[in-house]
Design a protein. Sequence first.
Length: 489
Amino acid sequence: MSATSAHPHPRRWAALLFISIAQLMVFLDSAVMNIALPSAQDALHFSDGGRQWVITAYGLAFGGLLILGGRLSDLLGRKRTFTIGLVGFALASALGGAATNLGVLLTARAGQGVFGALLAPSALALISLTFTNPKERAKAFGIFGAIATAGGALGLLLGGVLTQYLNWRWSMLVNIPIAVIGIIGAITVVHDIPTEGKHTRLDIPGAILATLGLVALVFGFAEAESRGWDSGLTITMLVASVLLLLAFVILEGKLTSPLLPLHILTERNRAGAYLSVGLAVISMFGMFLFLSYYLQLVKGYSPIETGVAFLPLAAAQAFGSMVIGTRLTGRMRPGLLMSGGYLVTAVGVLLLVLLREDSSYSLLAVAEIITGLGIGTAFMPSMSLGTHGVQPEYAGVASAMVGASQQVGGSVGTALLNTIAASSTATYLLSRAHGKADTNAALVHGFSTAYWWAVGFLVLSALISLLAVNAPGPSHHTTESSKVPEMAI
């Protein structure tokens, strides 16, 4: 009988609170830093190219090391790697807050990415292994999903407040007290599930191939955004990522103790969850980016006003995950719930196509609420399915795949949709070269074009969820729950 079985840990809900708070730090960090970047650039006197690397350094380390971080959590223990990740993230944040030049800041951002890649899959695996009762699991992932999906929006508000009323350094230093709270919780109430140490060797060649492949992929899309899709470096990185990841898959299929067992990817429910989340995140990252531009460049909002403007989205995401998603999980199978959530999200993003330079905030707020309710509802079962049917000793690496799909989707969304918007804006201006060209109207036209693409990705996410995810509803799981621990051994 597995340790995941009969006796749930009595302090599991307190543990969930601390795990969620710690995970919030990871989601907040990127959004907060985006708002603080102009002030940091002015204070440390670095170029626009350096500004891009402040974001890229984190993304490369985080995205590139997620699978390795997830596997290490399985081998070393999720509680241990969760605590190490928190300590490391706090130290890296302290270094960034004290940075005197760009080099130190980049080192700190890369350090945050490294320890974030250890922290994120450990957190998701701890929740997955702690909450095995279907009803409790739905509530736990509802809370976790609400924090995960709302963190970006809340980060924009926090970034504006810190930058405007304190200074940019607090965008890094704010992580320290959050990490301390998480460390206290990890030591006192977080309980790991022991697993049998059948696979104790770390697949070093696989780790190298996976890390280099993911780094090349994230870097390639980052370069596509700044240099263009026809850049030699962009093409080289994307081709290299395909070759490296293909070599990684071939290698993993031949090893008896792989870094990422291929059955993690081939089970249809997990595969559907990973793919649908990645496609949906393409749309969500693009939406955040363009709404930030729209509010600040077109409407003239300050950073704080922009953050406040995102609050309906954050609140709706939390409600969709914690209330709608949790309750509907007890009434319908996950594939239908995910598909419906993504379609509702698509309706919300479609409303953004209607935005014009003089549009009232009410239209934006309605679109945010619909979008938030949909994505919050869809992501809750998606995160739970990321570890569907996985043996406890592979929970960490399966959880890492959820994060990897989000990271890759975010990189693709930022690069692809930004390219589409910029191209559409340029075409709009060129078509009016002989008349009076309105820059704001051109920007809004470009954003609208990108939103149409975002809607398409969300519809595709819904279709994949409907066709690929065939896991039964909770009523079936309840009758079979006593069998799960034995099957997981």
